[in-house]
Design a protein around this ligand. Structure first.
Ligand SMILES: [Zn+2]
Length: 422
């Protein structure tokens, strides 16, 4: 298993908050279009798709991983055990393209970028994954599952030239099709729209020889200048993107997880296909609830690699920006909302934080003590339990900060639940 990063210090507020069962965490499920309870019982499991390490760690990444960090913090504060799995897609087309364009070995680029991501996550105070697994480390188990799909007739070979072949999932296979298309319920409604989105996100609906346009690549056969591995029962090659998450998820924790998460652009095809693969292999989708974080634009333009307008966590770290101000700024908007990052947001967040910190210094002097702090804390927690309503939670913290006597205990709850140190 890849080394993750250090655990942040988190105050234990479980006893202070009391019985969390009275306040379940509700999360919007993209697949069903309804709010669902994030957990049942005393355990919470999540699979959050990790980075492809070539452009770590930009604002969109930070927003995504901090959003799921909120869920993990809420689960812990409710007294639950948490298993959190994250992968690293350390061999894939965008990484190989970037390595080739910059004339560097892809392994070196992946290693450096993964290390940068770890440092950025530690700076942001994100709880590290329980299982942090890269594709190259898990290559043999992934290959074994692709071979199993071939043997069982759920996958087929598509030749590439004379001595190589790709492997595709046969999504139209009779025994599979209903479950696969159910898992693909994360797909845009019409098949034509699905084809267009599939093509936009690395799919190849028009490729000649495929049995169905939406069949997804499981294993990419050996190509000139690309890395490949020799594994039993398969042509030389490397894993596709969706199968990696299906196998890593399954091998780290029982399926289905409570939640699978990622940026909104992962809902289709990636999450749909990963679950379709998991259903084909293990008879379960990856998760019960599929949760997606909205995209952030910058000063009026969509933030993208091609436009070169990414905001990097590293730049905040280098400038000595307080990570609590970063969290405060990012969580000023609901996680599902698409919004625009503006340069002044960190300054505004730092001022708000200062107001909260001044209130914390006034707190603790009165006999009302923890009662008033607890009352605010419960309201604050309950807003977060309503589909992570951070903007409303921040408004409660503002209200608390205007109290003549802000009492005790509230700052620790804000820290434990949201990672903002007051
Ligand atoms: Zn994934």
């Amino acid at each position: 298993m890849t080394v993750s990063w250090s655990e942040p210090g988190i105050p234990d507020v479980t006893a202070f908050l009391g019985d969390a069962a009275a306040s379940p965490l509700w999360i919007w499920d993209t697949r069903t279009g309804h709010l669902q309870q994030a957990w049942h019982g005393d355990h919470f499991s999540s699979y959050v798709c990790g980075i492809t390490p070539y452009d770590a760690t930009h604002l969109g990444h930070a927003r995504t991983y901090l959003t799921f960090d909120l869920m993990h913090r809420l689960a812990r504060a409710a007294g639950l055990s948490v298993h959190y799995t994250q992968n690293v897609t350390d061999v894939d087309d965008p990484l190989l393209d970037r390595a080739a364009r910059t004339g560097r070995p892809w392994q070196q680029l992946a290693g450096e970028q993964t290390e940068l991501f770890r440092q950025d996550m530690a700076y942001l105070g994100a709880i590290p994954p329980t299982t942090y697994q890269s594709v190259t480390e898990h290559l043999v188990p992934i290959a074994r599952q692709v071979a199993r799909l071939l043997t069982s007739g759920y996958a087929y070979l598509l030749p590439v030239g004379r001595d190589a072949a790709d492997v595709y999932l046969d999504s139209g296979k009779a025994a599979l099709s209903s479950e696969v298309w159910d898992a693909l319920d994360l797909v845009p409604d019409s098949r034509a729209e699905a084809r267009a989105e599939f093509a936009e996100h690395g799919g190849d609906p028009e490729r000649p020889g495929k049995r169905h346009p939406l069949d997804a690549l499981l294993w990419r056969g050996r190509r000139e200048g690309e890395p490949w591995w020799r594994c039993d029962g398969l042509p030389d090659g490397r894993p596709g993107w969706h199968i990696e998450c299906a196998v890593i998820a399954h091998d780290a924790h029982a399926l289905p997880y409570d939640v699978q998460g990622g940026g909104a652009d992962l809902a289709f095809p990636h999450h749909a296909y990963s679950s379709a693969h998991a259903v084909a292999l293990y008879q379960h989708p990856i998760a019960r609830v599929f949760s997606h974080v909205g995209l952030v634009s910058l000063n009026g333009a969509k933030m993208s690699k091609s436009l070169g307008n990414l905001v990097f966590v590293r730049s905040w770290r280098d400038r000595g920006i307080d990570p609590s101000a970063v969290r405060l700024a990012i969580f000023s908007h609901h996680y599902r909302e698409a919004w625009e990052w503006k340069d002044g947001m960190l300054t505004a967040a730092a001022q708000r934080l200062l107001q909260w910190r001044r209130a914390a210094q006034r707190g603790g002097g009165s006999s009302r003590g923890s009662a008033i702090g607890r009352a605010y804390a419960i309201r604050f927690r309950d807003e977060l339990h309503r589909d992570l309503n951070t903007a409303a939670a921040w408004a409660i913290a503002d209200e608390w900060s205007r109290e003549d006597d802000p009492g005790q205990g509230f700052p620790e709850v804000v820290d434990a639940l949201t990672g903002v140190h007051i």
